[in-house]
Ligand binder design. Sequence first.
Ligand SMILES: [Zn+2]
Length: 184
Amino acid sequence: MAEIITPTDVACPICGEGTLILHVEDDTVEYKGITRTIPSQYKVCTACGSEQADMDDLRVNKRAMQAFKKEVEGLLTGQEVKALREVLGLTQADAARMFGGGPVAFSKYESDDVMQSEAMDKLLRVAAHIPSAVNFLHYLAGLSPVRQIGPWEPVVIERQHRVESVLSEEVLSEHEPQPWRDVG
Ligand SMILES: [Zn+2]
């Protein structure tokens, strides 16, 4: 990618004279022995010429780096997490209730602000491949199923004031795993 230059109407916070020009250029980064070129942005003042990175630039650059790290780690990218959530018909809030991670977890995973844990990644893949696991997670979260995937009669047991549900192997084996295609 060649360098892209875009004028903005933002006044330079350093000299107050000029306006800032957005520069986006290639940056070669390395993570765990793997090298990649990712976009990196900063701004340059038309008057004083100072190069500066504001909060927006830092956020965008951090997201590009996180996306690259997720790829190296073999984790679902933000785009893939979003696609998976949408296939399951979940809002970000419902996805957090089902899978955990806190109320804004999915907004952060999907924008590549945060790298999901390996455990979260595996749970998402389980949900993507095993329809009855989705039903089960719906049930645990107290959500009504967004779609009827198959006959599923949860066995409810009381254990230390906690209601748990047991899914029989028989029910699981009724569902052939659906391979989940990577997006992008
Ligand atoms: Zn300036």
